[in-house]
Design a protein. Structure first.
Lengths: 105, 115
């Protein structure tokens, strides 16, 4: 299953609301997760099951969608949110990730 | 607190072998799904392999037949034996807990395959 993220990069300012989309090549129900990766660090789980916020993740992160189209929204961007974001599907055992969206200033 | 610490990376020639280790604390590897995920420098993420709590294993097509995942339950370590390494196996290799989603990750170990 191929995951296509858009945009591949975007520029934003502190306080902005940012929307990142992830489109699957076939229907995956809500078997989708989102990760944040800062430079030189391991990915961090933000959201699983398309919309369930991982424990400890700020509520400004939200996810939605089902089937083939999914969205990650960051409401009120903070300085530590400048990072790369990846989606990942677990509908099929051959797990796959999207290509990533880099959010910079 | 869950900690996953990878080791064993390094520079290896094409065709060579390397064994990565993931030492776990705060989580029992035999009761969890443990995976390896890799990331070529400056690129995206690729799931590599998983060992289920029951011991069943699975692999990405790109490494099937060359890589072998295993665990030592007495030492709480997960291994990734990598054989017939190719230049395109160059990546940071992360150990992670989970299968549907990965909630804990190690810091990664860099494997560079080059002559």
């Amino acid at each position: 299953i191929q995951l296509t993220q858009s945009p591949s990069s975007l520029s934003a300012s502190v306080g902005d609301t940012v929307t990142i989309t992830c489109r699957a090549s076939q229907r995956i129900s809500t078997y989708l997760s989102w990760y944040q990766q800062r430079p030189g660090k391991a990915p961090k789980l933000l959201i699983h099951s398309a919309s369930t916020l991982q424990s400890g993740v700020p509520s400004r992160f939200s996810g939605s969608g089902s089937g083939t189209d999914f969205t990650l929204i960051i409401s009120g961007l903070e300085s530590e949110d400048f990072a790369t974001y990846f989606c990942q599907q677990s509908y099929k055992s051959a797990l796959t990730f999207g290509g990533g969206t880099k959010v910079d200033i | 607190e869950v900690q996953l610490v990878e080791s064993g990376g390094g520079l290896i020639q094409p065709g060579g072998s390397l064994r990565l280790s993931c030492e776990a604390s705060g989580v029992t590897v035999s009761r969890n799904y443990m995976s390896w995920v890799r990331q070529p420098p400056g690129q995206g993420l690729e799931w590599v392999s998983i060992i289920y709590s029951g011991g069943t294993t699975d692999y990405a097509d790109s490494v099937r037949g060359r890589f072998d995942i295993s665990r030592d339950t007495s030492r709480n370590i997960v291994y990734l034996q990598m054989n017939s390494l190719r230049v395109d196996d160059t990546a940071i290799y992360y150990c992670a807990r989970g299968r549907g989603h990965f909630d804990y990750w190690g810091q990664g170990t860099l494997v560079t395959v080059s002559s």
